[in-house]
Write a protein that binds this ligand. Structure first.
Ligand SMILES: *Cc1c(COP(=O)(O)O)cnc(C)c1O
Length: 448
């Protein structure tokens, strides 16, 4: 019996999530509530727009496509080709790229595709130390990258806690890597990509700029763009860029002629299978949104919020790694407060403030303990928090971390968190519009 003949199956197939799978529905519902009730300060987090969410949960998830527009292995790709070409054109325009690959499933996959393009197993990489702000996919020894390549790491200067380009140059001359990676997950300062390119040229290495954390700032013109310096630019799309959980690779005018085709075949079939078509659509929407003046305004507010939070916390006696921030995140050293990053994370979680423990440069604690926390303002800025609310948040963090909070303090902080969240119910208004609990609930509406 076919689906259309079997009435029960047909109705099962077209009913909403809440009636088909109440268990999963209930979990999503609880998570939705958690997102509403918490002050999200994880630097890599953000809230996507309703439009991005709709594209992510759309019927595009049904389409199989391998290869690239005009060069597919399956038929019926005419709409998908148009969609992917649109996303590519938008990415090129937004970042000034000559070539864009929108297919990477994540930022990590994008990096793997670059490695496959220029490295052979055993070749040498020089990337940023994980404990100094680098990312797992840059060669941590227990990862695939770490096992397949000979990975070396540069660190920040012990005094300034900033990148010391002369030291990196000296190290590069010593190690002679085939690939240098510039980019970080927890580095609060501007990265000088031009300087990195000079270092790469001095030792005959390729340069990969991994802009996963800062690409939204770059799109808004608030951080230097590496596109004309690096041979390869990779990124995640779910962080400051406020898109789906996905990735992207960009090539500048200078490197596209040599690497465009190679990078495409490294992504597919090199490290990935069929296209996540729904994610391509969500990335196209994300790029459209990122081209608008309101996105630039959002990023300016993001930086302003981050500055205010950093200054407020320093005034209250917190030490910030490198003495401040130039971007959307900061690292708090909690040694003087006498608590570990893990304790701080737990203490803040108990009052619904979400942060992550983070290793600090030259940290003496283990990675699961850490001496500090990383704090970012991208998500709360999306939610509509401005300077007034940021001053409040600095005060709450101070109350929770400067000394052991009393039960009375904890109760007061909880009330204040709840007040702030109700003041900016941004995710309510975008996701609950028109009574839809989730955008995905409205996807399977029967025509008949
Ligand atoms: C987040 C991040 C990535 C990739 O993360 P995914 O979770 O795979 O998208 C890569 N590099 C850096 C520097 C990052 O911060």
């Amino acid at each position: 019996m076919t689906l259309s003949q079997d009435k029960t199956q047909r109705s099962n197939y077209t009913s909403g999530l809440s009636s088909i799978d109440p268990q999963v529905f209930e979990i999503i519902n609880r998570e939705h509530q958690r997102q509403k009730d918490n002050i999200e300060l994880i630097a890599s987090a953000n809230f996507v727009s309703r439009a991005v969410l709709e594209a992510t949960g759309s019927i595009l998830t049904n389409k199989v496509a391998e290869g690239y527009p005009g060069r597919r292995y399956f038929s019926g790709c005419e709409n998908i080709d148009e969609l992917e070409n649109l996303a590519i054109a938008r990415a090129k325009e937004l970042f000034g790229a000559a070539h864009a690959n929108l297919e990477p499933y994540t930022g990590s996959q994008a990096n793997h595709a670059v490695y496959l393009t220029v490295l052979k197993p055993g070749d040498r990489i020089l990337g940023m130390d994980l404990g100094h702000g680098g990312h797992l996919s840059h060669g941590a020894k227990f990862t695939m990258t770490g096992k397949h390549y000979d990975c070396h790491f540069y660190q920040v200067d012990p005094d300034t806690e900033c990148l010391d380009y002369d030291r990196i140059l000296a190290q590069a001359k010593d190690i002679r890597p085939k690939l240098i990676i510039a980019g970080a997950s927890s580095y609060p300062r501007i990265i000088d990509f031009q300087r990195f390119r000079e270092i790469a040229d001095a030792v005959g290495a390729y340069l990969l700029a991994d802009i996963a954390h800062i690409c939204g700032l770059i799109a808004a013109g608030l951080h230097p763009n590496p596109i004309n310096h690096a041979h390869f630019v990779t990124t995640s799309t779910q962080k400051t860029l406020r898109g789906p959980r996905s990735g992207m690779i960009l090539l500048g005018e200078h490197s596209a002629p040599e690497f465009a085709r190679k990078i495409d075949s490294s992504v597919f079939p090199g490290v990935q299978g069929a296209v996540h078509v729904h994610a391509i659509a969500a990335k196209a929407v994300m790029l459209f949104e990122a081209m608008s003046p309101s996105f630039a305004a959002y990023q300016r507010q993001n930086l302003e919020n981050c500055q205010i939070l950093a200054e407020d916390l320093m005034e209250r006696g917190f030490r910030l790694v490198s003495g401040g921030t130039d971007n959307h995140l900061m690292l708090l050293d909690l040694t003087q407060q006498g608590i570990t990053g893990k304790e701080a994370e737990e203490r803040l979680a108990s009052v619904k403030i979400t942060v992550n423990k983070n290793l600090l440069p030259y940290d003496s604690q283990k990675p699961m303990v850490c001496s500090g926390i990383r704090v970012g303002t991208s998500a709360i800025t999306t939610r509509g928090f401005g300077s007034e609310e940021i001053h409040c948040i600095a005060d709450l963090i101070d109350k929770m971390l400067s000394s052991e909070p009393t039960a009375d303090t904890i109760a007061k902080v909880r009330d204040e968190v709840s007040r702030l969240c109700r003041l900016h119910p941004h995710i309510d208004s975008i996701y609950d519009q028109n009574g839809d609990r989730f955008a995905l609930e409205s996807q399977y509406q029967l025509q008949s």
